[in-house]
Design a protein around this ligand. Structure first.
Ligand SMILES: Cc1ncc(COP(=O)(O)O)c(C=O)c1O
Length: 390
């Protein structure tokens, strides 16, 4: 007899969101249904200027960033590399740089590469109760601290960081502040206009409901970052040097315009649905899932009060990847297990063993949460608590 497949429940939205709103899929199909025109280069009248559309929508959505200060890249990792390497290219001498133990490898690895090359001295600020305190940042500042790069929202603990207070301290010391908003954009309001950050990084395929291969950054003062990639822009083409105006300064080659059409549609969906409505529903589901998981004594939840729809846990007596396997095989539930690209965070919370992460989205139903909670509880109840991780 062929086993009946249970309906798929997707709880891995912090990795990449799924499903996408119907308008996002339609926008991609529409963008590819006509030859693309725009930017004054290709003759023709049909087609939309998806770049401008996405830039304008995002600039309003992120809280008043001037559209020309929004740069499109491949993803958050690409943005962080451009910003970090471009900032250091402007600094001729070795300097001191700060980041945090909450951060993702897309921040940690570029910084460690530059540390190994002797370009920077790096200090990692620890977190307590899922947060990096502004006081800890203040205490870590040295006379030659020039840069801090940190996440806005932890991709494991789901905790939003107080980047306003931290940014104020850093700016009082003239320190450049790059914030990784990969997990927060699309979940909580950003308010870029008066936020004390110099650069804010986004990715298109998570909370903004677009597709992989899209992302970008907001940069307050373009002159602070040297361009590190050069090529065709379709503008000023007689010049053999790359244009320095925004956003061409950092944008090279042919854009992923179907992806940007999707991003514009994702932002439109968020605007129409309303961020407050989305986060209210997410919060209710988070509280429900945590309340249910807590009913099992052998479940360890690493943050009881996440700000984002992310829940990290382990079940005593089981390896996290075994829990993921059981969820997938037994219940058709997609979670994520392992180290989540945040090695320092895991060393602090689970001895570097990793954990199970579930992350829901606007499209997750209450019924799916109930089924997932029952499944996780059943696995916990059946766990042999004499083996495996503590
Ligand atoms: C906090 C954080 N930063 C950066 C990234 C990298 O995003 P991307 O894969 O879009 O480059 C992720 C993705 O998992 C993330 O969670």
């Amino acid at each position: 007899m062929v086993p009946v497949q249970k309906p798929l429940i997707y709880l891995n939205n912090a990795a990449t969101s799924w499903p996408k709103p119907p308008g996002v899929l339609a926008a991609i199909a529409h963008s590819l249904s006509l030859p693309v025109f725009g930017s004054g280069r290709t003759t023709g009248t049909q087609g939309d200027d998806y770049l401008t559309l996405a830039r304008d929508r995002l600039s309003v959505f992120l809280g008043g960033a001037p559209p020309e200060n929004l740069v499109f890249t491949h993803n958050a990792t690409d943005s962080l590399n451009i910003l970090i390497s471009g900032f250091l290219a402007e600094k001729k001498e070795e300097c001191h740089v700060l980041t945090t133990a909450l951060d993702h490898n897309s921040v940690l690895r570029p910084l460690h590469e530059y540390e190994q090359q002797g370009r920077i001295r790096l200090d990692i600020i620890p977190f307590k109760d899922c947060s990096v305190s502004p006081d800890a940042v203040q205490d870590s500042i040295r006379p030659d601290t020039r840069l801090m790069v940190m996440t806005h929202g932890s991709n494991v603990l789901g905790s939003a960081q107080d980047i306003r207070a931290i940014g104020k301290i850093l700016h009082d010391h003239g320190i450049f502040f790059i914030v990784d908003g990969a997990q927060t954009a699309g979940h909580i309001p950003i308010g870029l206009k008066d936020l004390p950050v110099d650069a804010f990084v986004i990715t298109g395929h998570k909370g903004l409901l677009g597709v992989p291969g899209t992302g970008g950054f907001f940069l307050r003062d373009p002159e602070t970052i040297a361009p590190v990639r050069f090529g065709g822009t379709g503008t000023d083409s007689l010049s053999l040097l790359h244009p320095r105006g925004m956003p061409e300064r950092f944008e090279i080659g042919t854009h992923n315009y179907p992806g940007l059409a999707a991003l514009a549609a994702g932002v439109e969906f968020l605007n129409e649905t309303g961020l407050a409505t989305i986060s209210e529903k997410a919060e209710k589901q988070t509280l429900f899932l945590i309340r249910e998981l807590k009913k099992e004594e052998n479940v360890m939840i690493y943050n009881d009060h996440p700000d984002l729809p992310i829940i990290a846990f382990n079940i005593k007596g089981l390896q996290n990847d075994d829990v993921g396997f059981m969820l997938a095989r037994g219940f058709n539930i997609i979670a994520r297990t392992g180290l989540h690209c945040a090695p320092l965070l895991h060393k602090a919370i689970d001895g570097g063993e990793g954990c199970v992460r579930i992350s829901h989205s606007w499209f997750t139903t209450d019924e799916e949460c109930r089924i997932a909670a029952d499944a996780m509880r059943e696995i916990a109840r059946n766990a042999d608590s004499t083996v495996g991780q503590a």
